[in-house]
Design a protein around this ligand. Sequence first.
Ligand code: NDP
Length: 279
Amino acid sequence: MMAHLIDGKEISLQIKEELKQKAIEYKERGIEVTLAVIQVGNDPASSVYVGNKKKACEFVGIRSLAYELPEETTQEELIALVKELNERADVNGILVQLPLPSHINEDFVIKTIAPEKDVDGFHPQSVGALSIGQKGFVSCTPAGIIELLKRSNIEIAGKECVVVGRSNIVGKPMALLMLRENATVTVCHSRTKDLKEVTKRADILIVALGKPRFITSEYVKDGAVVIDVGIHRDENNKLCGDVDFADVEGKVEAITPVPGGVGPMTIAMLMNNCMEAIV
Ligand code: NDP
């Protein structure tokens, strides 16, 4: 069987093109959508992510304000900046790049962001709203996966969906979103007994467990749809996911590649959230 490749690069480009039009309409109404991005310290991976976000803002026509703070910034200083940005009428979205240095309490900082500017969707109020079906920002990676499925015409309602991983930024919000889309949802984690037995029930298998090429064909039902959230560099410095793509590909109906699957969708959905921050 030839698996359909779910092209996240192409779909994310479509979304960004749509958002570009929206930004033009906003500009005609005198509104300049603005995202403030705060990075503390210079973790190289974080710098790459922040750089990519800035590039996406430029593409879409969102103004981005970069705050690059030194590693030794105190929690009080960071919180003072977040509060100042909360108050600024010309700032619509605030993003604090994680991880923060260990002397800063991430939960506390996230809680300080005004929920109406919480474009990452990590504030407890945003997560609470998602869990009871109210309006609020949704974590970008899981929101991007829903877009990938919908724009690939993959039906979700009534399907058996298994999510592997229960992190606050991917697994948990993913499960809530699939539930909202009327899937029957099972969430697996490191204490799940007989993972294979569970994942093999999935019509839609979403993998975010953080181990390179962990999911092989034995974990997957014939004709399933497989979404791979993982990003790793293998022993040859090649990018790969949590799914053993070469092993699984022949068995499934559709699958996301790594790179070019879920990754590009995360930033596209961040741009979408910034646009939705305009009331
Ligand atoms: P975390 O490490 O926070 O969570 C991993 C989850 O997987 C945990 O819930 C853990 O269970 C579970 N798990 C670990 N090992 C097993 C196992 N052997 N069997 C079953 N469950 C297991 O990771 P994240 O959710 O933050 O990220 C997951 C992956 O996705 C990473 O590779 C990350 O780099 C990538 N990622 C990609 C993004 C993108 O834009 N494409 C965005 C965010 C992440 P337990 O809770 O019991 O410990």
